[in-house]
Design a protein around this ligand. Structure first.
Ligand code: SF4
Ligand code: SF4
Length: 155
């Protein structure tokens, strides 16, 4: 084997191993997900949730401003009137149906900014993967936080 050939094989190997050796002592930039998780940035925006007031009433008043602000047109709101016998929100109306197509959502947060009551918020839960397309249509029941003290919230 000629010297040039040996040098052509050995040089890149030595260069590669020396780069690896230099980096061995450095702090790792990766984590062993899902056992280890990085802390999320404070303004991280992922899974949506429909929030409630402390007394359990829904914040959403069915005004559809979130749907109007959504650039992906992935929010559907259907409103109905509250009655004294069956009051869902403090306002005149509430969302009888509220859906977000999470496949189309671009997580811009415009819906949260547009909402006058702070009802729709984007939380830090980023594990949204699923196997079926239908599972990505998030219904009001999926989005609405539990009543405090009854069940875990959707944080
Ligand atoms: S985060 Fe943006 S794209 Fe997603 S539902 Fe809200 S407004 Fe629409
Ligand atoms: S989430 Fe907010 S903006 Fe959207 S319908 Fe409800 S109250 Fe209106």
């Amino acid at each position: 084997m000629s010297f040039d050939l040996i040098s052509g094989i050995a040089k890149p190997l030595i260069t590669g191993f020396s780069i690896t050796a230099k980096r061995l002592g450095r702090k790792k930039t990766t984590v062993q997900y899902p056992e280890q998780r990085r802390e999320q940035y404070p303004r991280t925006r992922w899974r949506h949730a429909l929030t409630r007031y402390d007394d359990g009433l829904e914040r959403c008043i069915g005004c559809s401003l979130c749907a109007g602000a959504c650039p992906a047109k992935c929010i559907y709101v259907e409103a109905d009137d509250n009655t004294d016998e069956d009051r869902k929100s403090p306002g005149e109306r509430y969302a009888v149906r509220y859906e977000i197509n999470m496949i189309r959502c671009i997580f811009c947060g415009f819906c949260q900014e547009a909402c006058p009551t702070g009802a729709i918020v984007l939380k830090k839960d980023f594990e949204l993967a699923d196997y079926k397309r239908d599972s990505f249509i998030y219904t009001k029941e999926m989005l609405l936080e539990s009543v405090k003290g009854k069940e875990e919230s959707a944080d």
